[in-house]
Design a protein around this ligand. Sequence first.
Ligand code: UD1
Length: 421
Amino acid sequence: MDRFIIEGGARLKGTVELSGAKNAALPILAATLLADSKSVIKNVPPLRDVYTMLRIMRVLGVKVSMEDNVVIVEPRGYSNYTAPYKLVSTMRASVCVLGPVLAKLKLAEVSMPGGCVIGPRPIDLHIKGLSAIGADIKIEHGYIVASAKQLKGARVYLGGNFGSSVLATANLMMAATLAKGKTVIESAACEPEVCDLAKFLIKMGAKIKGHGTPVVEIEGVKSLHGAEYTIIDDRIEAGTFMIASAITGGDIVIKGANVEHIGAVIDKLQCAGLKITDTKEGLRVKTIRSLRPVDVTTLPYPGFPTDMQAQMMALMSITKGISVITEKVYPERYMHVSELARMGGQVMLEGPSAIIKGVPRLSGAPVMASDLRASAALILAGLVAKGKTEVSRIYHLDRGYYNIEEKLEKLGARIKREKED
Ligand code: UD1
């Protein structure tokens, strides 16, 4: 197992290039399972979660290859409908093969994804959506078993207690492309990754309207063909680098950042006092004054993303004053709080809210990554902490950030990867 050693205090400067969005790549790779012919997907980030998805596809009997961020999928003739526990248990997003395999093979078995350190992650909305269009769904021996002779379009309200669901929307949208008649999803997720999936499905021959809004309409078609598609850049990686610049008092340009995808993050960082400009070269994020505390509530898109909550907390930890973060998507997603405390951070949890008292400086310490975004927050804290920070268990980070240490090093950070004993 690897760890990062970070020597804090370097101001970041220069240009960084984003990788493709993992959260767009995973459902789009799953969507290729709906086609009768080859797909070519470009800008796929070479990350652990992507490799897990490719392994699941191979287990299903699909031919897949990946070279230079391009994945070629040849789905013709696959007939295995089971996504096994040993793979699904390592990545919850595997659940997004349920919709496409069901639609294509009329039967799908996907292992129940199981627990998660960021809090409970139910799948009731996935089941609700697919049942509404005619799937018969049972939970048997730890597997979700879905079958349907013929999926039939329906009107489905897909909002849950925590708002819309990204992957439940993706699952239903994919299955509905091959259903008979029209499906209307109300309270659909509007995330850019859902939009990217819809655009890919349309290129495959699907009839979809309203993607990117809470009401999505899908008119079923008889079959879909493969397509060539380039995945959007990663908005969470963009946000993470924005905070890397802010926390180190830096001045960086982020190539590939789409301002339409990260409006809520830009807004909060501007309120905190950063100068953010959309330039020809990319998004420039510059610190021009001492930062002010801001209050943040995470919400489904276009609200402030839960996947940026931990990173924002790292920034607020060294921002003079009191700020409040309220987590409305995963109210228990606060595993990073105790690790930040080891570095001198002062955060008090009060239900789904975190009250952060900014301290003048954090101090480097050995800390442990607990999940993907928490790991990013600890690295950000390490960039500004006095002395040496050791972040262990960074395999979490390798699930979602491609080459983060090289990218940060190029910007001037003192960070290196070491093998853990
Ligand atoms: C996706 C992202 C993840 C991000 C999350 C929220 C991928 C691969 N992952 O995960 O990085 O943190 O969106 O933006 O795209 N919920 C239910 N019932 C369900 C499904 C979800 O109640 O059946 C709840 C969840 O517990 C959570 C909220 O809905 O409180 C949003 O979760 P959801 O959007 O489904 O997350 P994912 O799609 O799994």
